[in-house]
Write a protein that binds this ligand. Structure first.
Ligand SMILES: [Fe+2]
Length: 166
């Protein structure tokens, strides 16, 4: 299912290479965190699909609201994700979970499961690089948001300078 979703995400976002690459990177890190945390089965399927589709509402948010702000993405993303998931015949329970994740992935207070947490951590790992975040912000987010051992270790491996005092 994930590979089919990737090819549909690429087609939907083309020629926006930056957004396509972002989704591919988040998928790869989400898988890595899932592996380390023992996330499998339907939970992994939902996590992978959500990683591929989490920002799928950006273009529609920009077109309709002139903004890619998180809350517009969260509003515009789920219906698009739902339509793409229907094309790959995703089971309803997985599609429902993916749409919830797409619709809440900027809302850290809504985190209610390992799949959600892995998605948020993977997205942050990628954004830290793409947005050239400072080391202080990375260390602070590690403390306040990161909960999985795998995610924290990953962040410390990628940004050792941010954790020198810890
Ligand atoms: Fe993202």
């Amino acid at each position: 299912m994930t590979d089919e979703l990737v090819s549909r995400m690429v087609a939907y976002n083309a020629p926006d290479v930056r957004r396509i690459n972002h989704a591919l990177k988040v998928l790869a890190y989400a898988r890595l965190i899932a592996l380390g945390e023992g996330i499998g089965g339907d939970e992994l399927a939902a996590l992978e699909a959500a990683a591929v589709l989490h920002d799928i509402g950006i273009h529609e948010a920009e077109r309709r609201h002139g903004s890619s702000a998180g809350h517009w993405q969260e509003r515009e993303g789920p219906p698009i994700a739902r339509a793409i998931l229907a094309e790959v015949v995703a089971p309803t329970s997985i599609a429902d979970r993916v749409c919830f994740l797409v619709g809440h992935h900027h809302s850290y207070a809504a985190i209610d499961g390992d799949d959600f947490r892995a998605l948020v951590e993977a997205d942050f790992v990628v954004n830290a690089d793409e947005d050239q975040m400072g080391l202080t912000a990375i260390a602070a987010t590690s403390r306040t948001v990161f909960r999985t051992r795998t995610g924290r270790t990953l962040l410390q491996t990628l940004y050792p300078e941010a954790f020198i005092e810890e």
